[in-house]
Design a protein around this ligand. Structure first.
Ligand SMILES: NC(=O)c1ccc[n+]([C@@H]2O[C@H](COP(=O)([O-])OP(=O)(O)OC[C@H]3O[C@@H](n4cnc5c(N)ncnc54)[C@H](OP(=O)(O)O)[C@@H]3O)[C@@H](O)[C@H]2O)c1
Length: 295
């Protein structure tokens, strides 16, 4: 079995990557501050910002491929903790690319749709980047440094993702469902658009990227939707009649990090390679029976 190193296994996306790939790879997943256990996955506890520990990790695991999903992934946190988040989002990503270059190890770097300012959607891989917050700036720096250090690295720009997750993390869907079921009022943007996908679809796209090695890949879904309409869709699919959804606009809510209005991704390049997200309604229906979703 080939050996796959997945960083960020204790996080939402990393957990999903590990769970899917453990059927066909010998998987090593990293955790740092959150203890994690995933069946058939070797969890390694490591601070990836510690270069010596990172080097040891590569030496011990001897990966045949790497998916680098670990990050400070909350834009508001990055905005207020610029130096701390730079270390994991930029320095660590650059170091991982360097170690992959040393061993000529195929590598996928998980980036974001927030590298764009949201004024000219839908975005193709060839469009110029123009982030509006620190998180987006850090992902842009990481992308540039990685691609210079090891051009074989595939940069996958992910949209908003939702889905089933382990005990250590969740997507935004679980708290949204909890609030809806309790009848708590949810303020959702009518003027913020994304092309969301489920984690399951995201993993299929990342594995496609690992196989086909394009330079940059946009793994957006097929539907452009506002946060508010997504909330309505969720309430409908999960039949939550007492959901209290209040439409609001971005300017109504103060947040540390500015948010781009519409970072919809054009997924034509990925589609040509075989990426095929299901309709959102179907993606949500598929999640209905998972314990962490139906609670
Ligand atoms: N979720 C989305 O909708 C979305 C959208 C676009 C792009 N992305 C990108 O997708 C990737 C995964 O996001 P996510 O939502 O799964 O994030 P997440 O749930 O917040 O998980 C982040 C992971 O990074 C790890 N990490 C952070 N600092 C670390 C350090 N110093 N050393 C080792 N590990 C460290 C965390 O480990 P511990 O918890 O154990 O400390 C955790 O496993 C990120 O690159 C993110 O930028 C996510």
């Amino acid at each position: 079995m080939n050996r796959l190193l997945v960083t960020g296994a204790s996080g939402f996306l990393g957990w999903n990557i590990c769970t899917v790939t453990s059927k066909t790879w010998k998987v090593f997943g990293t955790a740092f501050s959150t203890p994690a256990t995933i069946p058939n996955v070797n969890i390694v506890n490591v601070d990836l910002t510690d270069f010596r520990a990172l080097k040891r990790l590569f030496h011990d695991v001897r990966p045949d491929a790497v998916i680098h999903a670990a990050a400070a992934a909350n834009p508001n946190f990055c905005q207020t903790h610029r130096t701390e988040s730079y270390k994991i989002n930029v320095d660590t990503s650059f170091n991982i690319a360097g170690l992959c270059a040393d061993g000529n190890i195929p590598c996928v770097f998980v980036s974001t749709d927030l590298v764009f300012d949201g004024l000219n959607p839908p975005y193709r891989e060839t469009d110029p980047v123009c982030p509006v917050n620190v998180y987006g700036e850090q992902k842009v720096s990481a992308e540039e440094k990685i691609r210079k250090s090891f051009p074989r690295t595939v940069v996958c720009r992910m949209p908003l993702m939702f889905g089933h997750s382990g005990t250590t993390s969740t997507s935004f869907l679980q708290p949204m469902l909890r609030a809806m079921r309790k009848g708590r009022e949810l303020h959702l943007f009518t003027d913020e658009f994304r092309t969301p996908i489920s984690a399951k679809t995201a993993v299929s796209g990342l594995l496609l990227a690992l196989r086909k090695t394009p330079d940059i890949l946009h793994l957006g879904g097929n539907e452009r939707i506002s946060r508010y309409d997504f909330g309505r869709l969720v309430a409908g699919v999960f039949r939550i009649e007492n959901a209290k959804l209040t439409p609001c606009r971005e300017k109504d809510i103060v947040m540390a990090a500015p948010r781009p209005p519409d970072v919809s991704l054009d997924n034509s390049k990925a589609s040509r390679l075989g990426f095929s997200p299901l309709p959102l309604e179907k993606e949500l229906q598929e999640l209905k029976d998972f314990p962490d979703i139906c609670l």
